[in-house]
Design a protein around this ligand. Sequence first.
Ligand code: HMG
Ligand code: MG
Length: 300
Amino acid sequence: MSLGSLPGRVTVVEVGPRDGLQNEAAPVTVDERVAFCERLLDAGLAVVEVGAFVSPRWVPQMAGSDEVARRVGRRPGVKTPVLVPNRQGFEQAREAGVREIAVFTAASETFNRKNINATIDESFARFAEFVPQAVAEGFWVRGYVSTCFGCPYEGKVDPARVVEVAERLREVGCHEISIGDTIGVAVPSQVAEVMGRLQRTAPASALAVHLHDTRGTALANVLAALETGIAIVDSSAGGLGGCPYAPGASGNLATEDLLYMLHGMGIETGVDLSRVAAASRAIAPRLGHPLPSRYLQAGR
Ligand code: HMG
Ligand code: MG
């Protein structure tokens, strides 16, 4: 039996230095964060999210992202976005020489309130204060929609709501929308339905999936998304990750596990799996726990 048609190439969006490290209890220094980003970029990843310009009171792990962004710098043909929640974060990011940003909201009200202290409408009012300007200044802007397949506070999420929030992000100017399974509850049929619905109004080239692997369904969900035509997948080196405001959300889909599956199926990524694994192994001793990636656990 063969699979449905799959893309020949997938863009992997590495979120380990942000989504991964934002959830770690052990302090990781700016030097170590910079080294982690550089190793990941050296592995051939074309998009590496290097930090977040959020309140250090809310997410202390991301303090110093201005220095990380400055020191990682810019490489031709490579994107190094940072998360920004509001105009203040955007201005700090611009000051640090950043040229790619990611804004974030959710498909469920309660999660959004807990995560950024705003309703969904209020988050869009904030985006209107800087996203159109960022686009006009030539910034590349990504928009995340969290809790697309389930909310830790509200439970079920209506796919129509996901489509509506994604469309609003496109209207405000986002070039790419990342559809998040924040707490890792999605199953492949759900992913196929939501990603299929989104493609009635947005091209696949403007859509990504962002999957947490809390219940072991992330790789199956990637395959379901690829079968609908999606070719941009977020993942985190070592399988690090989680959102401090989403109780029970554990690691993101591991970049190593994703690359192992894609390369094994003949899908190109341009990324060197062994170098990503080396980047994860280099940061692991700082974190004080084994990394969740199955590929890493399987050994060399
Ligand atoms: P607030 O407390 O409502 O903000 O937080 P405020 O506007 O009332 O300001 C309060 C203080 O925060 C002020 O300082 C501001 O200057 C400061 P004070 O005068 O009290 O000293 N402040 C800032 N400081 C630094 N950078 C900023 C900034 N803005 C205000 N940008 C706020 C609102 C959005 C700031 C806060 O809720 C926040 O930072 N939240 C971030 C939460 C977060 O980072 N969550 C994790 C990332 S999202 C995620 O993981 C999901 C994702 O992976 C996709 C998925 O898996 O679904 C993307
Ligand atoms: Mg996430």
